[in-house]
Design a protein around this ligand. Sequence first.
Ligand code: C2E
Ligand code: MG
Ligand code: MG
Ligand code: MG
Length: 300
Amino acid sequence: YVAKSQGGDRYHRASVRAAPTTAAKLSIVDVEGALERQELQLWYQPICQLQDLSILGFEALLRWRRSDGDLVTAEPIIQALEGSRGDLEYRLGNWVLREAARQFQRWQREGFNLDIHINISARHFVHPVFLLELQRLCESHPAFGRKLIIEITETAMLEDLERAKRIMLGCRQLGVRMAVDDFGTGYGSLTYLKTLPLDLLKIDRSFVADLPGNKVDWDITKGIVAIAHALGLAVVAEGAETWEQIGCLRELGCDQVQGYFIQRPMPFDEASRWLDTHFSHKGAQRLSPKRPANDQFNNS
Ligand code: C2E
Ligand code: MG
Ligand code: MG
Ligand code: MG
């Protein structure tokens, strides 16, 4: 027990030291160099069951550890790729998938049976050989397919609905689940929700940020949950930063939650230590976060 609480302290200091820095605009050459020099990393943020805060899995998030020690977050990297012809975006996307599969297997071997969420760009998802590569990856990494959740944004799905549907059905055959990322921030109609074979809907954190005070966000979130559940989709709330928000999201009927309140994204080794600290025993998938003394929202 002592060792575990020391682990927690170590973690706390590490997370302060590793606070991501915002970088200036990156070029395609920067990103290509980072990929070739193997300076890219996946960081992992827990996704929990909302009712009891037990852990379901991790979302893999891209980071670049520069040679000068600085850490670059995902957004400038992804932005640089959007201006490219697509080849590098595809290569980087494949690296993300392979790295996640490899690290997933390491956790499996240690007895942690976790879901892994991965963000896939629109162009990567509709690439002619995406599905074939995914198939190969699932063959060489048993169990990965059934624990993989692919997150794509609304806009990505709407570009070519029929094509997106075909690829998603192919993913489903591999056991892979599909999540709509940043739901509510796109400009599309809701038609795709009933057309596409989806599994999860992630409510964008902009709707969560001003809870519990903002009545409009409360109503929107309630509406999104109703639509999602009517369609048989599980709802993940992103960006929960406070205990009050966890309480609200429970009241609103969300199913899962992700956010700084539970944990910030962590590098692989730190995520492994975090699992050791928070799983009371392997396989139980039980997380025990710090809670305030008068726990008015805990109705479980
Ligand atoms: P996303 O998929 O919506 O990921 C969630 C983002 O919200 C992450 O930012 C995460 O660090 C941040 N976040 C999580 N909880 C909280 C919270 O409580 N408060 C706040 N303020 N933020 C929170 P990150 O890692 O900077 O990633 C940004 C976006 O970049 C992602 O948004 C995703 O769209 C994209 N991205 C990240 N990794 C990849 C990748 O490997 N491939 C692709 N194509 N896109 C990626
Ligand atoms: Mg995501
Ligand atoms: Mg999101
Ligand atoms: Mg986002």
